[in-house]
Ligand binder design. Structure first.
Ligand code: PMP
Length: 409
């Protein structure tokens, strides 16, 4: 029997919902920046640090073996969660930013040369721009950016028009953190492969909102951060295809990534440990496993359909606010609603509605090229998660009308 999505039961698992901000019940619409944590993730973090903690991989005592097993079990869980064919394709990093830097510095430095091209979109988070810029500075490769439509839709023809024989990497978001647009990553991967390029997917805003099957997408790398997936910060994932990882040199050197070390040389271990130098955030990784259990237990398909109707409701509700314009109205979107108000700057909006206990984000959202492309300096952004409910948007709409009144609109 399939379980229904029970919003009340799910909300009861999030302790943060019992607190007030400015003497109002909190309304947290900033989950795209970082999500709140369910009790089971907090419990796992505490129990690991309390009774199950030791350094992993090299210890021969009970605590170390237990911690190692718990850590490695999460690798297996993540592999199953994104349908990877092997747990050895799952590299733990500190987050999506580190994952993209790993790909750029390892795969990129090894495979790119002067004249090569990296295709990204104008809608990237800086984490999917700067590592490529740094790679270009080192190799002489260049970045080519694919535009989006005025409504934030992505047209694969625009991408195809920019692919050349020099294109080596196509790196795109699964979901834009500003526009909410869901990118056709399966189609983009196919285009990359038809042109002998690899496809990197920044899955930060994707994996948290919908089921992800990386074998179906057939991309070469898929990266995300644990802290947006109801897990702790400091832990994230870089999934890569086994045959590509096998040929990649390490990015960081140190303990745990070697086979044999001499004073002047070393041989490196196989992936994934080749890419996991040093002591990782052990308890955080184990608690990320609890976060994966949490969403898997609800069902990513159920989360996706709950959030889809919530987003639709959010758009309808906010459309009634005077002077509000949406930024990003692709019919295929997820997770976020960005907007501007004629009467007030996004920073003023965010500060004022905080008085009503409402948390949204205002600014460039680490996507300055997109802001420039859209001719905006910033937007306000309401983003949702599994604990969000329609009432959040009712409160937001009422509070925004208050802002209108304060600014005389
Ligand atoms: N890509 C996207 C689309 C994001 O939304 C974010 C976080 N805002 C990142 C990358 C970077 O994630 P982190 O800071 O967790 O590394």
């Amino acid at each position: 029997m399939t379980k229904e999505f029970n919003s009340e039961q799910i909300r009861a698992k999030f302790p943060f919902l019992s607190r007030e901000v400015n003497e109002k019940p909190i309304i947290y619409l900033d989950s795209a920046a970082s999500s709140q944590k369910p009790q089971q993730v907090l419990d796992k973090l505490l129990s690991t640090y309390s009774h199950g903690y030791a350094n992993i991989h090299r210890g021969l005592h009970t605590l170390s073996e237990e911690a190692t097993n718990a850590y490695e079990e999460v690798r297996f869980k993540i592999a199953r969660f994104i349908n990877a064919s092997s747990k050895d394709e799952v590299i733990f990093t500190s987050g999506a930013t580190m994952s993209l830097n790993l790909i750029a510095n390892s795969y990129g430095l090894q495979n790119l040369k002067s004249g090569d091209e990296i295709l990204i979109t104008v809608a990237e988070h800086h984490a999917n721009i700067i590592p490529w810029q740094m790679l270009c500075q080192k190799t002489g490769a260049k970045i080519v950016a694919v535009p989006v439509d005025n409504d934030g839709c992505f047209n694969t023809k625009e991408l195809k028009d920019r692919v050349t024989k020099n294109t080596k990497i196509i790196s795109v978001p699964h979901v834009s953190n500003v526009l909410g647009t869901i990118f056709p990553v399966k189609e983009i991967s196919a285009i990359a492969h038809e042109n002998n390029a690899i496809c990197v997917v920044d899955g930060c805003q994707g994996v948290i909102h919908m089921p992800v099957d990386i074998q179906d997408i057939d991309c070469d790398f898929y990266v995300f951060s644990g802290h947006k997936l109801y897990g702790p910060s400091g832990i994230g994932v870089c999934w890569g295809k086994a045959e590509i990882l096998a040929d990649m040199p390490p990015f960081l050197g140190g303990g745990d990534m070697i086979d044999d070390v001499e004073i002047e040389s070393a041989t490196y271990s196989q992936p994934p440990s080749r890419f996991e130098a040093g002591t990782p955030p052990i308890a955080e990784c184990i608690a990320l496993g609890a976060a994966v259990d949490f969403v898997t237990d609800i069902g990513m398909d159920k989360i996706a359909s709950h959030e889809k109707s919530l987003l639709l409701y959010g758009h309808q509700r906010l459309a009634s606010v005077r002077g509000l314009s949406f930024v990003g109205t692709s019919p295929n979107k997820s997770g976020v609603i960005s907007f501007t108000l004629d009467a007030a700057h996004p920073h003023d909006i965010s500060t004022l509605i905080d008085q009503d206990g409402i948390a949204i984000r205002a600014g460039h959202h680490c996507a300055q090229p997109l802001m420039k492309f859209l001719n905006l300096s910033s937007t306000a952004r309401a983003s949702i998660a599994v604990y969000s409910e329609p009432e959040d948007f009712d409160a937001l709409a009422i509070s925004l009308e208050k802002v209108n009144r304060i600014f005389g609109a």
